[in-house]
Write a protein that binds this ligand. Sequence first.
Ligand code: NAI
Ligand SMILES: O=C(O)/C=C/C=C(\O)C(=O)O
Length: 555
Amino acid sequence: MVSRRYLGDLGGEDPQSPPTGVENYLSGSPPAEDLFRFDNTPARRDRRRVGPERRREGADSDAAHRREQGIHMGQHIQIQNFIDGAMVPPCNGNYMDNIEPATGRVYGQVPDSDAHDIGAAVTAAQRAFPAWSATPVEQRARLLERVADLLESRLEAFAKAESRDQGKPVALAKMVDIPRAVSNFRYFAGAIRHHEESATHMDGKALNYTVRKPVGVAGLISPWNLPLYLLTWKIAPALATGNTCVAKPSEMTSMTAWLLAEVLQEAGIPPGVCNLVFGTGPKAGAALVGHPEVPLISFTGGTETARRIIRDSADGFKKLSLELGGKNAYIVYADADLDQCLPTTLRAAFTNQGEVCLCGSRLFVERPIYERFLERFTPMVEAMVVGDPTQPETNMGALISQAHLKKVRGYIALAREEGGTVHCGGTRPDLPSHLDGGYYLRPTIVTGLTPTCRVMQEEIFGPVVTITPFDSEEEVIAFANGTRYGLSATIWTRDVSRAHRTAHAMDAGIIWVNTWMLRDLRTPFGGMKASGVGREGGAHSIDFYTESQNVCIQF
Ligand SMILES: NC(=O)C1=CN([C@@H]2O[C@H](COP(=O)(O)OP(=O)(O)OC[C@H]3O[C@@H](n4cnc5c(N)ncnc54)[C@H](O)[C@@H]3O)[C@@H](O)[C@H]2O)C=CC1
Ligand SMILES: O=C(O)/C=C/C=C(\O)C(=O)O
């Protein structure tokens, strides 16, 4: 979804104008409260596709639609790898169960691929590289736009599949995950068309010009929290810049990646350009990281996994982009506009069951308004509807897995041991019997902890926030920066000078002031300290997915 406000500023309403990359569906427009009302308002996007194209697509994609229907009708789905333009079983013939978080039931199988499948995919990507990297930019951009169009035309099916696979509300997937995947392809199609490099003149003696070359076969490893959203955040720039790729989605959420394979085929992306290998991190993921013909790895996931990837890729001198965890400070000064702040805080804390690396997990509220903030925030949190992800009124669905639920509950128990109070939540909601096996937890607020305790230092990645009072700007800056993480921070104040001062003092890659998760795909995205290495987004992605080469010509 592209903000009309920004479209107006940057190029008007012309449906042919390039995408701006400004994303605001998590940011208060539609109004913040709407995200938790989830009224399934259809996406208000311009559609750039023409009639005959749509009809041909309809005829071509019957099989895909039957498959998508199967997912929603409860059929058992066996996912296959997508290598060299074809769906193929894993070489070893092994599959893992695919579990639906909402019910805890097995609803399909995912390949348990290994180094042989990765090897086959890398070979296919290498073979496809010369032709794809030589494909004119305009043609690559059009193909990516076609992927975006096809994806958008299947918004409903993809949203349902994402929800079933991940546990998030269908409404959220429909409003956020799938539209963002569409934007990822549209944005990088536009970005590569408009990218230019400058030349420098050396005082009449020489001219330097720089060219950017694709790196080769890109290895792309994505997590389970925003499956298609983050996978396509890597695939789109990798392909736009002329690389071919082998992607390894999280073994816990492979479904929409597999559906994307069909879209890539239909869009006409040539065989071998984008390969998808499904399997676990230690087996398929590690084989991709260690493959000598994969010079670049883009990874989003846990900080400990990233440490492993750094070690495993060291011998190959690979280009690495690592987008990792966060323990994000969310600062509310006493002069904050609470009417604006509170609904946004609800989203910042609990969107996607709190399973977003950018979620504000440590709330710091200035002491004069601390009690008032809690009084107003607590009933909003308690009113959240937790349960069946398919229901439109659901605000929070199921956590990703039994193991993750156990981990999150472990932190709630630890909070009590560390002297905290579970102010609200912390329990399973009462739900109908068909959801008995699902991984649910009520949104939880913990108070009374000291900022150095484990619960306030370690990433929980679930619907648990701490709220802590503070007495001065200096104190809250020290609290905010006092973790090993440095991904994002949010600041609420009406004092512009204080907003700038606090933002400048934050050791974090992304700062929001009086908003949260307002995303502009042109901006650098990534973390400091243990939250990551490198930046992606806009020119930063183009930089990462290419090697720059300078040519100096003496006159
Ligand atoms: N974006 C983020 O910040 C995310 C953070 N996390 C954090 O990490 C914790 C652990 O979650 P996990 O699912 O275990 O995340 P993870 O980091 O293990 O998984 C992310 C991706 O890395 C792959 N992977 C795992 N080990 C690998 C290896 N040795 N080599 C190559 N690829 C590998 C996985 O298969 C998956 O595709 C979470 O509880 C959460 O705290 C998890 C997912 C996303
Ligand atoms: O690029 C974005 O808008 C969001 C990225 C979120 C993550 O990387 C995450 O939650 O892991």
